[in-house]
Design a protein around this ligand. Structure first.
Ligand SMILES: [Zn+2]
Length: 119
């Protein structure tokens, strides 16, 4: 149903009414309905705009996700894991991840928690 054409049809019918008191009431009701319709149309436009924006955001997020997962593969993660060794601080007993190459070179690394040197 097309609102505007239906509305004009009713408006015409009201104009041809004989009873002037009822005619005025119905005319003000029609005006009210017309105003409400304008508001609904305004809301519809806003909803469409919001939907479009959500779609854009969704696409942006998907692209970001793709980029993130593309750059760090499972193999990359395994490589990173291999590069680090978990050691326990002899003084505070906290686990610390140290680069394998640093451990192999024999240099002492200070514990980030207590400052004790770890070899
Ligand atoms: Zn420590």
């Amino acid at each position: 149903m097309d609102f505007k054409s239906e509305f004009y049809k009713i408006q015409e019918a009201v104009e041809s009414l004989k009873d002037s008191e009822n005619k005025e009431i119905i005319k003000s009701l029609l005006l009210l309905i017309d105003n409400l319709n304008d508001k609904v149309e305004g809301i519809q436009v806003n909803v469409e705009t919001i939907q479009e924006n959500v779609e854009f955001l969704d696409n942006d997020i998907s692209e970001i996700q793709e980029d993130l997962f593309e750059e760090v593969s499972i193999e990359d993660l395994e490589d990173i894991e291999d590069d680090f060794k978990e050691v326990t601080c002899t003084k505070c007993n906290k686990p610390i991840f140290i680069e394998s190459s640093a451990l192999e070179s024999g240099i002492s690394i200070p514990c980030p928690f207590c400052g004790e040197n770890i070899n």
